[in-house]
Design a protein around this ligand. Structure first.
Ligand code: ZN
Length: 152
């Protein structure tokens, strides 16, 4: 049986909160997920980690909308980004229209993204966060946030 996981991440893949901001955000997320069946925890990493939403299987160009090759082109770019353990750059140039962008800005078929800080809610047992809730979390953290729903 799979478990649902809600990730809340800063919109900037490199941004990290200080301890006070992190604690404020976690306290609010606990309040917003009163029926969570699992733990609510934070993770930080030196390099941006990729968080894939449930059902991720395609992506497209943020500039022209062309569908990009998921298993070929994208997997190769991900391998390149992670070959250097510091992941110094998420920069990519899309093959469709030659636009310089980043792996974080590609349009994934389900919300997915990179982060050096994340709050993880195991089995949140609730619906998606609405815009007002996301705004409250952003205010607590001091940075805009996104939600990613995943399954393991
Ligand atoms: Zn394009």
């Amino acid at each position: 049986m799979s478990e649902t996981i809600l990730y809340i991440i800063p919109s900037d893949p490199y941004w990290q909160p200080d301890q006070a901001a992190s604690s404020r955000a976690v306290a609010l997320i606990e309040e917003l997920c009163p029926d969570a069946l699992g733990d609510i925890e934070t993770d930080e990493s030196d390099a941006p980690a990729f968080i894939d939403g449930a059902g991720l299987d395609s992506l497209s160009c943020p500039r022209c909308g062309t569908q990009l090759d998921f298993h070929g082109w994208w997997m190769a770019r991900m391998d390149e980004a992670y070959r250097d353990s510091s992941v110094s750059s998420l920069a990519v140039t899309v093959p469709c229209c030659g636009t310089d962008t980043t792996l974080n800005d590609l349009v994934y078929n389900v919300p997915s993204g990179f982060a050096r800080f994340r709050v993880t809610v195991w089995s949140p047992n609730r619906r998606m966060l609405d815009d007002e809730e996301l705004t409250r979390i952003s205010d607590a953290l001091g940075h805009p946030v996104r939600q990613i729903w995943s399954l393991i």
